[in-house]
Write a protein that binds this ligand. Structure first.
Ligand code: HEM
Length: 532
């Protein structure tokens, strides 16, 4: 058979041209599709990264003034200075926070306040305080991720920056979990009982024979200081050596903080950390000296730390723990000491409330189990009223906005750098929530209306994930301390005393409250009480 080569070559040429055409077409179609896909994707990404536009939402970062205006349009009141702490309040009303407390009476619908100041003042320009319960929830819970602790306390933060209070990392989460175990059922019961033991021991130091007024606050500080240290060191906390070194260093550091002397704070806190480190080693060595220590739970945080798989027991970590001990010492000791001092003050002023508490305590016939103590409702109401009326916290630690975000259902935009604080004093004196708010009136805590909203509006221990770790323990501990002291002494107040309160880190009477103390007849002998 003869093959027509010409025809074949011609045919193949045509075919090739055809194939090339198809190929070019496919390439063109593919290129166009890919390009259009890329454009589409880019547009989609761009749309995603653009904030959703609401009528009231500014497209660009606002100036401070614009943000303040927005807040003003949405229920915030503009104040002339950084919270209205006014010296004249102290002279006129004996209370530096009188105007703060009056705020809600003057502006009943205010959701909060905003402050501006001229450059001559050292306070931040864009400072807002929130005193509306729903907004506090939005700020402390829903929008929590946008805030960090304000570094206004930077000198303290420089030394205690890795402590629970300032650190927000995973280590904070881990430590909260480990420390939290100290507040579970068994430990909780032991810690409440422990306060009776320490109070009894310390009661013998109170000099009742002299007719001089006694500064009860320093006794409360000693009792609660020792109690706070027990959390970490167990019975090592009662060592005289540790107590005296800590007390001296801590009191100096506190004065330096109040006087804003940064170098002194560092000078005082550093040796304090050294002492704590030494006792951490003593306590951990003691625990580990028992080869079976892991299976024998102890009632102190050091044991929990030694048994936690997540803990790397090294110098850096121990340094952090020392910082936490200082925070616990401050947070547990000073807050409760102040609250108790104020409660004793009110009970001297209003003996009718004291009578009711005593009746309630007498009904227990000396059985001060933790369960019975938790049922002392009148005593609890007096403590809550003290916390509301003159609790230790003048303001919850301010936080700073780390990233611009919308607030109040997108009505307001909070700009990066804004300092936000939870204005609990204003909330505590809100007449919408508390009838006749200036009156010290424990009975209000039995009102059904208040009971229903209590969780939402009463937050002496703060709110959100950083709320006080000791919130459940504080009331029973203070109840037990009151019961024990009241059993041994009757406490009055020098009638010439006039209370004046200044707002420092916490409320502080401008002069010490002079309590007059008499020993009750039924006091037991030293040994009987201490070792029973
Ligand atoms: C009358 C008693 C007390 C009051 C009014 C109180 C109040 C507070 C407040 C307002 C905060 C700040 C929360 C925040 O910034 O959001 C706080 C934090 C803290 N409190 Fe208390 N507290 C009391 C008792 C205690 C006790 C008994 C302990 C320890 C046993 C304690 C340990 C702490 C700690 C460790 C923190 C820091 C928590 C963290 O940042 O994760 N407090 N407390």
């Amino acid at each position: 058979m003869k093959i027509n080569l010409d025809k074949i070559i011609h045919f193949t040429k045509r075919d090739k041209i055809f194939q090339q055409g198809i190929f070019t077409l496919i390439v063109i179609v593919l290129t166009v599709t890919i390009i259009s896909l890329i454009i589409k994707r880019r547009r989609a990404n761009k749309a995603k990264s653009m904030p959703i536009q609401h009528n009231s939402q500014p497209k660009e970062v606002q100036t401070c003034e614009q943000m303040m205006k927005q807040l003003e349009n949405n229920g915030f009141i503009r104040l002339k200075s950084y919270r209205p702490f006014q010296e004249e309040d102290l002279f006129k009303y004996d209370d530096e926070l009188y105007s703060v407390k009056q705020f809600k009476s003057r502006y009943p619908n205010a959701k909060g306040f905003i402050c501006y100041s001229d450059s001559s003042q050292k306070v931040p320009y864009n400072y807002i305080g929130i005193c509306d319960a729903d907004l506090i929830h939005e700020f402390m819970v829903e929008k929590e991720k946008y805030y960090e602790r304000d570094v206004t306390l930077s000198y303290v933060a420089r030394i205690l920056g890795d402590s629970l209070l300032f650190n927000l990392s995973d280590i904070w989460r881990m430590k909260r979990k480990v420390y939290g175990q100290m507040f579970h059922f068994y430990q909780y019961h032991q810690l409440v009982k422990l306060v009776r033991e320490i109070t009894t021991k310390n009661s013998y130091i109170i000099d009742m024979n002299s007719q001089k007024p006694v500064q009860l606050i320093s006794h409360f500080e000693d009792i609660l200081g020792e109690w706070s240290l027990h959390l970490f060191f167990g019975y090592n906390a009662s060592q005289y050596d540790l107590q005296s070194k800590l007390k001296a260093a801590y009191n100096n550091a506190r004065s330096a903080i109040l006087l804003l002397q940064p170098q002194n704070i560092i000078n005082c806190l550093d040796p304090l950390k050294e002492v704590l480190l030494e006792y951490l080693y003593i306590t951990s060595d003691q625990i580990k000296s028992d080869p079976d220590y892991q299976s024998k739970p102890q009632n102190n945080i050091t044991w929990f730390l030694l048994n936690s798989k997540e803990v790397q027991w090294n110098k850096d970590f121990l340094d952090q723990i020392c910082q936490d001990i200082i925070i616990f010492f401050f947070a547990g000791r000073d807050t409760m000491a102040h609250t108790l001092q104020m409660m004793f003050y009110y009970l001297c002023i209003y003996p009718e409330y004291k009578k009711k508490i005593d009746e309630e305590i007498n009904s227990l016939n000396g059985d001060y189990s933790v369960q019975n103590i938790s049922n002392l409702n009148y005593l609890e109401a007096v403590l809550k009223e003290t916390l509301r009326h003159y609790g230790p916290t003048t303001t919850i630690l301010p936080k700073v906005v780390m990233e611009r975000h919308s607030f109040m259902n997108d009505k307001v935009f909070l700009e990066e750098g804004t300092i936000v604080s939870l204005a609990i004093q204003e909330l505590n004196y809100d007449p919408q929530h508390y009838e006749n708010p200036f009156k010290f009136y424990p009975e209000r805590w039995f009102d059904e209306n208040l009971k229903q909203k209590e969780k939402k509006i009463f937050m002496p221990f703060s709110y959100g994930s950083h709320k006080c770790i000791g919130d459940k323990l504080a009331l029973p501990v203070m109840k037990m301390l009151y019961i024990t002291l009241n059993e041994y002494f009757s406490i009055d107040i020098d009638p010439s005393f006039k209370l004046k309160l200044v707002a420092l880190i916490q409320y502080t009477p401008s002069t010490q409250i002079p309590f007059l103390i008499t020993k009750k007849k039924n006091i037991q002998s030293n040994n009987e009480v201490y070792f029973s």
